[in-house]
Design a protein. Structure first.
Length: 276
């Protein structure tokens, strides 16, 4: 990588940092959402799927803590336990969450249609493929093995414990670049389906592409999505796209397969001297 000046880098893109659930595997990001609901129910506190999905993409203990900070959840916990939730309670919820999550990811590890072909196309263009996730290593060991059995093996996996801070900080994505040996950050595109995915990329100075249809913000299984009429699809897609654009996404597409079409656009912008 010698001879590259970060101040006047003009392309091409060198790497993609991809999310996992909702981006490459698990259409609709089903595995974590239902598991959060189940973990809180075991404590006698009901949360909605929408509440479970709201902080999606964060490291999972951070995610649980973010749910407990929601006013309705905090009130329900207070009513149930006669006290505010504490760090020990969050630890207990996380410990209960992990085995539930391990079981869930095995049920929801199928590659999203078009994802493998998209990655192969990126590789053919010379891209290194890094990945980041809010899942801990124990969960990622299962997810990565299931994905590899279907032909997907990225160049690196950065789990929740592999960075000093999780999303929305840039540290997971930057850790991926360090593993890959890729710089400058303008030569990298971060692709994911959650607000914190977008923020992770932006905070690291990377191009950021948001995923709508297959991801958390739409939150439907493939069968549920296919069952919708065109008007319902458009409405759900638009709501998700608006949320990701408001988070700062440079581009928003339906799926990681559709992200391929924006790579040439980004390369043209780099050639003009533009930065993320």
């Amino acid at each position: 990588m010698s001879g590259v000046s970060c101040r006047r880098y003009r392309g091409p893109l060198k790497a993609a940092v991809l999310d996992w659930a909702g981006t490459v595997v698990d259409f609709g990001c089903q595995a974590p959402a239902a598991t959060f609901v189940e973990a809180f129910a075991a404590e006698g506190v009901a949360i909605s799927i929408a509440q479970a999905r709201a902080p999606m993409g964060m490291a999972k203990r951070d995610h649980i803590k973010a749910i407990t900070a929601m006013p309705d959840v905090a009130s329900a916990w207070q009513a149930r336990n006669g006290r505010a939730i504490g760090e020990a309670d969050i630890d207990r919820l996380y410990d209960a969450f992990l085995p539930l999550q391990l079981a869930a990811v095995r049920r929801h590890a199928r590659l999203i249609p078009g994802a493998l072909e998209a990655v192969e196309s990126m590789r053919a263009q010379g891209f290194a493929i890094g990945t980041t996730t809010g899942y801990p290593r124990a969960v990622m060991a299962v997810v990565a093995a299931e994905a590899e059995a279907q032909g997907y093996r990225p160049d690196c996996v950065i789990a929740a414990e592999d960075a000093p801070l999780g999303r929305p900080s840039p540290f997971p994505a930057l850790a991926a670049l360090a593993r890959l040996g890729v710089y400058p950050v303008e030569a990298v595109v971060k692709i994911g389906d959650t607000v914190v995915d977008i923020e992770e990329g932006l905070n690291g100075g990377m191009w950021s592409v948001g995923i709508t249809v297959t991801g958390n913000e739409v939150g439907l299984t493939e069968a549920e999505w296919q069952a919708l009429d065109e008007r319902s699809r458009s409405e759900r897609r638009d709501v998700a796209a608006d949320k990701l654009r408001r988070a700062g996404a440079h581009y928003v597409v339906d799926s990681v397969g559709d992200a391929l079409r924006v790579l040439d656009v980004i390369n043209r912008r780099l050639a003009r001297g533009e930065k993320p």
